[in-house]
Design a protein around this ligand. Structure first.
Ligand SMILES: [Zn+2]
Length: 411
C-alpha cells in the first residue's frame, strides 16, 4: 500500500516535469542579458543537483528490486523443491497402491485355499462321523446281543476252533474300526491344523495390508500438507512479484523524471550558449610552459613535397603534462578525442567566437561546463596527428579560422 501511494506521488511529479519541459520548449530562445546568464547557470546547477538526488532515489529503488528479486528467487527455489518432494510422495503412494493390490491378491488366494480346506475338513469330519456311526452300530449290536450272541456263535459254528475263529474275526473287526477311527480323527486334526495355519497366514496378510493402508493415508496427509505449503509459497511469490512491479513502475517514473530534467538542462545550456556575449577582453596565453612557436598559422610549404598546406592555428611546443589554460571566459562545447585532433577542448566565448586546444594528454573539463579565463582545462600531450608534445591553438570567428595573433600577443 505504501508503494502504491509513492507511485501515485511519482506519477504526479512526472506530470509536473512534463509541463515544465513544455514551458521551456515554448520559451523564446535568443540573446539574453548577463543577469539571465547567471540565472541560467544557477538553474542548471539546481537541476543538476535535482538529477543527482533523483539518481540517489533511483539507486535505492534498484537495490530494493535486487533484494526483492533475491527473496522471490529463494521462494521459487523452495516451492520447486517442495513440488519435487510432492512428486516423490506421489510415487510412494503409487508404490503403496501396488503393494496393497498385491496383498489383496495374496489374501484372495489365501481365502480360496481356506475355503478349499474347509471343504476338505467337512468331508473328513463326515467320513470320521460315518466311521464312528458304523463302529457304534457294530459295538451296539454286539452289546445288545450280549452273552447269547457268543453262545449262539458257539453252537452255530462247527466246533470250538470255528468259534475261536469267529471271536478272532470279531476282535479283528473291532481293531479295524478303532484303527480307522483313529486315522480319520488324525485326518480331521491335520486338516484343522492346515486351516488354522492358513487363517493365521491370512491374518498376517491382513495385518500387512492394514499397515500399507495406514502408510498410504499418512503419505496422502503429508502430500496435502506440502501442497498447502506450496500454495502459501505461491501466494508469497505473487506478493513479491506485485512489489517488484510497483518498484519497476517507480523506477520507470524516476527515469522519466531524470530524462525530463536532463532535457531541461540541455535546453538551458543551449540558451546559455546563445546568451553568452564576448566583451572584447584580452585572451591569456594558453600554454604558460611553452618553449617556442613550432609552427605558424596560415599557409606553409610542405618540407618534402613542396605543396602548400593550410595550418589552422599556432603550435606552441611545451613539455608533456604542462597546463593548457582557457584563453577566455566561455562554455565548453566540445571535450573529446578525435583521430587527428587527439584529445581536444572547444570553448564558446559568445558572439560566434571559439577557441580550440588540441593534442592534450589529458582533459580536465567536460562539455557544457562553464570556464573562466586562465582556468586549467587540459594537459599538453601528443595525441592525434602530432609528432611531439605541443599545444595546437586555434581561434574561429563566424565559422572561419582567424590568426590567433589577433587575440594573443605574438612573442
Ligand atoms: Zn598545429
Amino acid at each position: 500500500m505504501q508503494n502504491k501511494k509513492l507511485f501515485r506521488k511519482i506519477s504526479k511529479a512526472v506530470a509536473v516535469g512534463i509541463s515544465t519541459v513544455l514551458l521551456f520548449t515554448l520559451m523564446p530562445v535568443g540573446r539574453v542579458s548577463a543577469d539571465t546568464v547567471s540565472d541560467l547557470q544557477a538553474s542548471i546547477q539546481e537541476k543538476q543537483n535535482q538529477i543527482k538526488a533523483e539518481q540517489g532515489e533511483r539507486d535505492k529503488i534498484k537495490s530494493n528490486i535486487t533484494n526483492v528479486k533475491q527473496v522471490k528467487a529463494k521462494l521459487e527455489q523452495s516451492k520447486n523443491d517442495l513440488a519435487a518432494y510432492v512428486t516423490e510422495l506421489d510415487h510412494t503412494v503409487m508404490e503403496i497402491n501396488d503393494k496393497i493390490d498385491s496383498l489383496n491378491e495374496d489374501i484372495f488366494q489365501k481365502q480360496a485355499e481356506i475355503d478349499e480346506t474347509k471343504k476338505e475338513l467337512d468331508e473328513a469330519i463326515e467320513i470320521k462321523n460315518s466311521q464312528y456311526a458304523a463302529m457304534k452300530k457294530r459295538v451296539q449290536s454286539l452289546y445288545e446281543q450280549g452273552d447269547n450272541y457268543y453262545l449262539e456263535l458257539l453252537f452255530t459254528t462247527h466246533g470250538f476252533g470255528d468259534f475261536l475263529n469267529s471271536m478272532e474275526n470279531i476282535n479283528k473287526l473291532a481293531d479295524y474300526d478303532a484303527n480307522m477311527y483313529a486315522r480319520y480323527n488324525e485326518t480331521v486334526d491335520y486338516v484343522t491344523a492346515c486351516e488354522e495355519k492358513l487363517e493365521s497366514e491370512e491374518a498376517s496378510l491382513q495385518e500387512l495390508k492394514k499397515a500399507a493402508e495406514e502408510e498410504k493415508a499418512a503419505t496422502e496427509e503429508l502430500i496435502k500438507t506440502k501442497q498447502e505449503e506450496i500454495a502459501a509459497y505461491q501466494a508469497d511469490i505473487a506478493h513479491q512479484a506485485a512489489t517488484l512491479q510497483e518498484y519497476e513502475a517507480e523506477l520507470a517514473a524516476r527515469d522519466s523524471v531524470i530524462a525530463q530534467i536532463e532535457q531541461q538542462v540541455a535546453a538551458q545550456k543551449a540558451q546559455l550558449a546563445q546568451a553568452r556575449v564576448y566583451d572584447g577582453g584580452a585572451f591569456c596565453w594558453p600554454a604558460p610552459s611553452y618553449t617556442r612557436v613550432s609552427s605558424e598559422y596560415g599557409y606553409r610549404v610542405h618540407p618534402i613535397y613542396g605543396t602548400q598546406k593550410f595550418h589552422s592555428g599556432v603550435d606552441l611546443a611545451a613539455p608533456s603534462g604542462s597546463p593548457i589554460l582557457a584563453a577566455y571566459d566561455g562554455t565548453v562545447v566540445g571535450a573529446a578525442y578525435n583521430a587527428s585532433m587527439g584529445n581536444y577542448v572547444m570553448i564558446d566565448h559568445g558572439d560566434n567566437l571559439y577557441t580550440i586546444y588540441m593534442h592534450a594528454s589529458k582533459l580536465l573539463v567536460s562539455s557544457g561546463q562553464t570556464v573562466s579565463r586562465g582556468q586549467k582545462i587540459a594537459l599538453v600531450g601528443s595525441t592525434g596527428n602530432s609528432t611531439g608534445p605541443h599545444l595546437h591553438f586555434t581561434v574561429k570567428l563566424n565559422g572561419s579560422y582567424v590568426t590567433p595573433w589577433n587575440y594573443i600577443p605574438h612573442p
